[in-house]
Write a protein that binds this ligand. Structure first.
Ligand code: ABU
Length: 534
């Protein structure tokens, strides 16, 4: 048995057992029975193959919806487990994942749906504090159901007229919230690709010949700058786009994870003296681990002085643009950026995935990425072809990520979204207060700027021991064990990781609208229950 497996083996460990708790598991595949006749059919007996099978098609889909609604119910039930953890080899035995030669029955497909959700992780459970994207917004989910049913691509107005217009309205609104009049935006498959779009547009703006002539159009070695706390996708741009990671300069950050802007300027000057061409600076608004916000106005001043493109990766912190209470000083200066990444699937709780990239200047996306494929983007179409947004992007097929956000935004109004952001931040303050009130058991690493709370749990044997690096090493060893126990028990999910300054520590995230003060208390109490003896 390998070590990792041992850590997560609940077995006789009372901390990992859920037998005596009230926790329950639903989504038993045997609970979803189609009528005998429909259950024996296969997909060939449904529409569209069998056009007359209206009632069987309806029965099948309603049963799928039963499964989905039970999943929603159990996600919102605090007595349900978040997950039913099994090691990969055991999980393979629990699931039938084979691709058969012959069609399985409709009854089997229904059971497959139930089994899939039964063993999945309920990321919308109020005790899931593990990821930046948490929660299950029901209106956004309904939007995703509609999106799947509409099943259209987003490259042309021709095949997605309503969705393209929605995209236009929502993205314009988001640019206004950033503080821009005009500009251009697009939805991309995730924050990393949004950051890549910013890089591509920046290089195109500064060196337009690159599109046709490649590196020969460049005046020298391009260099980009970002803090050492940035999301790794920024460094990935330098590798993917031919700069090489040595030319993505990591600017040191302070104790709280904010870029030290004096260092930024020093490093830009140093590279210029080497004859290099600094051209792109990324400032992070909400770092992944600590939730830190780089000082945007200071970065903007430096970009102005050195003629660099300023990108703000607000994939995480962007939601706070909606909050009059928390926007400043965190995002002050964002309007001075040339481009901004903002992921509604994070703080705003839109369903995965929903990621946007915004540009202050209109026309750059199309000029940079347009390939004019004649089979899609004909110029003699009988409508305004500026609505054929597909040629603005480097992908061809584009998923419809707008409807779920548009519907969710209408369901709350901008005021509702603002209240939601404020509530998440207020709950985070509550968590910090509770940690401080239990300072024997918990060590708060820093005052959070966002909803990321960084802390150590202190077990009985280490309470009262002075805090030094030796103690930190001990506290760090405990994190994976508590994490293993919480997963085995299925009661809680909170992430941990090391960073450049510290060994393993917990990072909890409150980005789900389901979370209450009682859930925050549960999180801290459960960590204590699971870790007191370590
Ligand atoms: N794109 C960063 C997501 C990381 C996280 O959810 O923890």
């Amino acid at each position: 048995m390998n070590r990792k497996r041992k850590l997560l083996t609940g077995g006789e460990d009372p901390h990992c057992s859920s037998q005596n708790t009230e926790e329950k598991m639903s989504l038993n595949p045997n609970n979803y029975k189609l009528s005998d006749r429909t259950g024996r059919l296969t997909a060939y007996d449904l529409q569209p193959t069998t056009v007359a099978a209206g009632s069987e098609t309806r029965e099948f889909l309603l049963k799928v919806i039963d499964v989905l609604l039970d999943f929603v119910k159990s996600t919102n039930d605090r007595n349900e487990k978040i997950l039913d953890f099994h090691h990969p080899e055991d999980m393979k035995r629990l699931l039938d994942l084979e691709i058969p030669d012959r069609a399985v029955t409709l009854q089997q497909l229904i059971e497959d749906c139930a089994t899939t959700l039964k063993y999945g992780v309920k990321t919308g459970h109020p005790h899931f504090f593990n990821q930046l994207s948490c929660g299950l917004d029901l209106v956004s989910m309904a939007g995703e159901w509609l999106t799947a049913t509409a099943n259209t691509n987003m490259f042309t107005y021709e095949i997605a007229p309503v969705f393209i217009l929605m995209e236009n309205v929502v993205l314009t609104k988001m640019r206004e919230i950033i503080g821009w009049n005009g500009g251009d935006s697009i939805l991309a498959p995730g924050g990393s690709i949004s950051n890549l779009y910013a890089f591509l547009a920046a290089r195109h703006k500064m060196f337009p010949g690159y599109k046709e002539r490649g590196a020969s159009a460049l005046p020298g070695q391009l260099v980009m700058f970002t803090s050492d706390q940035c999301h790794y996708s920024i460094k990935s741009c330098s590798s993917v786009c031919g700069l090489g990671t040595d030319n993505c300069v990591m600017v040191p950050s302070d104790e709280n994870g904010r870029m030290i802007t004096k260092e930024l300027e020093r490093l830009i000057v140093e590279r210029k003296q080497k004859g290099h061409v600094p051209f792109f600076v990324n400032a992070t608004a909400g770092t992944t681990v600590l939730g830190a916000f780089d000082p945007l106005n200071e970065v903007a001043d430096i970009c102005q002085r050195h003629n660099c493109w300023m990108h703000v990766d607000a994939a995480w912190g962007g939601g706070l643009l909606l909050s009059r209470k928390y926007r400043h000083p965190r995002l002050s200066g964002v309007e001075r950026a040339d481009s901004v990444t903002w992921n509604p699937h994070k703080l705003m709780g839109a369903l995965l995935q929903c990621s946007t990239i915004h540009f202050k200047e209109d026309g750059l996306l199309i000029s940079c990425n347009q390939m004019s494929a004649e089979y899609l983007f004909m110029t003699d179409k009988q409508y305004d072809i500026s609505y054929d947004t597909g040629d603005k992007v480097i992908q061809c097929g584009r998923h419809n990520d707008i409807f779920k956000l548009w519907l969710q935004w209408r369901s709350k109004g901008t005021e509702g979204f603002e209240r939601q952001q404020d509530r998440l931040m207020d709950l985070t303050k509550y968590q910090v207060k509770r940690i401080r009130e239990q300072s024997e058991r918990f060590h708060l690493i820093m005052e959070p700027e966002c909803v990321n709370v960084s802390f150590w749990y202190v077990p009985k044997r280490l309470r009262g021991v002075p805090h030094d690096s030796k103690k930190e090493q001990e506290l760090a060893k405990i994190c994976p064990i508590i994490k293993g126990r919480m997963m085995q028990k299925g009661s809680l999910m909170v992430g941990y990781q090391p960073d450049d300054r510290r060994p393993n520590f917990f990072r909890s995230i409150i980005s789900s609208a389901a979370v209450t003060e009682q859930d925050v208390d549960f999180m801290l109490d459960e960590i204590h229950r699971l870790g007191d003896d370590l």
